[in-house]
Design a protein around this ligand. Structure first.
Ligand SMILES: Cc1ncc(COP(=O)(O)O)c(C=O)c1O
Length: 464
């Protein structure tokens, strides 16, 4: 154990210097040649293992730095990181209270707090391996409500149809695949110019499915879309779902934490109207991957939908039976993700996360102002949450394909020259640079430098 501690200490103090580039991995084919990846019959010595750890850290993008804007998480949540280490140290698993007693009680407390934020008074939940799995279970719960026999007897000739917006995360498609719904039966409902689902289009799509003899069963709204951070209108879409008696899920994997903020929670007003809710703690809350939850308004729904087997050897009817989370889950062995989330929530309090969101909203607004002021830069969508999608557009250039190439080239050049790690994305046919502001260490100075660099690189590339 002492050896491990020393290596960890060296890794932190020496192998990840603060001034290293945000991203420095060469293309995969090159990196394959550099690394000693082969697993062999004979074991290796300590020095070989240490070198492997150094390489691992060296080539991985440094998501903790202020210059990392690529993904929906960045920065470092120190209590959560500590929790992650301790979780591995104890190696608890979450199917029964007996093998994860404190982790179970922490998970239950987290679920209570999450439900309070969403507004599910009697809500339940279970932690899952990411937002995609939470969305999968949301769809599964809806399937169970619409067709309680589906679990045991299968489709029985029914064609179930699910609805998401055309801006929804691709996990909806994965879920339709895994659950045997058929990905063609996942309907992408048109969104408006800000990326929000159009309630009238949702209603029309459901009516059409019914007219075709199909069985609508599930509406999934997004709170904070992946590309532009749009919030679907909950009350209006809830009316439509109610009219057709459909399960309403909200995918708040990215945008759920807005509920911490008194000032900004109006973006996700009426979340309590949903039947289930996805929340990722490994995105805006910066807990190390993975940490996510599926919350459900109706107590008992998870067990009814997910349980099956294990009663004879695992889920004993002892005094702790009510605390066994395993039957609510689709996993057997499940990592104890609660400790890292609980530690960081305990340390920050609701106020800590609320302050973080209020701060990030403030620097996001400054960033949008900068983009709007700079010659040649333009926003491609309203930035209501922490996504800023903009592009460089020289006056003479109107061709979308050319503009796309130029903005992709800006991202590549930024990385090549050791600058910030930014990425591109397409929204409504136009491609821009997507910044994700999720790290409260980012300052307005960082953003000014970044916007200046995008403008400068854009100008230089366009001149060539
Ligand atoms: C809106 C949204 N939902 C769900 C997911 C999937 O979450 P996870 O990566 O935790 O599976 C993402 C990931 O980016 C997302 O942006």
């Amino acid at each position: 154990m002492q050896d491990n501690l020393e290596i960890l200490s060296r890794a932190i103090k020496q192998w990840i210097p603060e001034d290293r580039p945000v991203s420095q991995a060469p293309p995969a084919k090159e990196l394959e040649q550099i690394l000693d990846l082969g697993l062999t019959h004979e074991g290796a010595d300590q020095a070989t293992l240490e070198q492997a750890i150094r390489d691992y850290l060296h080539y991985n993008p440094d998501v903790s730095q202020a210059g990392f804007f690529k993904l929906l998480y960045s920065g470092q949540n120190k209590p959560a990181l500590l929790g992650d280490w301790i979780t591995s140290l104890s190696n608890a698993t979450m199917h029964t209270y007996q093998v994860g007693p404190v982790a179970t009680l922490m998970e239950l407390e987290l679920i209570k707090q999450w439900n309070a934020l969403v507004g599910f008074d009697q809500g339940e939940g279970v932690m899952v391996a990411g937002g995609s799995q939470a969305n999968l279970i949301g769809m599964m719960l809806a399937r169970h409500k619409a067709c309680p026999d589906y679990k045991t007897k299968g489709a029985q000739g029914k064609t179930l149809v699910a609805y998401v917006s055309d801006q929804a995360h691709y996990s909806g498609e994965k879920a339709a695949n895994v659950l045997g719904i058929g990905t063609d039966n996942l309907i992408s409902v048109e969104s408006d110019e800000a990326g929000r689902m159009k309630p009238a289009a949702l209603d029309a799509a459901i009516e059409l499915s019914k007219a075709e003899g199909k069985t609508p069963f599930y509406v999934c709204l997004t709170a904070g879309t992946t590309v532009v951070g749009a919030y679907d209108p909950v009350a209006e879409c809830s009316d439509v779902a109610k009219k057709h008696d459909l399960w309403l899920h909200i995918d708040g994997a990215w945008g759920g934490p807005i509920l911490f903020s008194e000032q900004h929670r109006h973006l996700l007003a009426n979340s309590h109207l949903a039947d289930s809710f996805t929340w990722d703690a490994h995105k805006l809350m910066n807990v190390p991957l993975t940490a996510a939850v599926i919350l459900v308004k109706h107590p008992g729904a998870l067990k009814a939908c997910c349980s099956g087997g294990g009663g004879d050897y695992l889920f004993h009817a002892d005094e702790n039976a009510d605390y066994n989370l395993g039957e609510r889950s689709i996993q057997c062995g499940r990592r104890a993700d609660s400790l890292k989330v609980w530690l960081s929530w305990k340390a920050a309090g609701n106020k800590g996360f609320s302050d973080k969101i209020d701060y990030l909203q403030q620097i996001k607004n400054q960033c949008v102002e900068l983009v709007e002021q700079r010659e040649g830069l333009e926003m491609l969508a309203p930035a209501v949450y922490q996504n800023v999608l903009f592009r460089y557009r020289p006056e003479h250039m109107t061709d979308e394909a050319q503009l796309r190439d130029l903005n992709i080239a800006i991202c590549a050049e930024m990385r090549r020259s050791g600058g910030a790690y930014i990425d591109y994305a397409r929204f409504k046919g136009r491609t821009g640079i997507r910044l994700i502001l999720a790290n409260a260490d980012v300052t307005s100075e960082h953003l000014t430098e970044l916007v200046d660099n995008c403008q400068r690189i854009g100008r230089e590339l366009a001149a060539k």
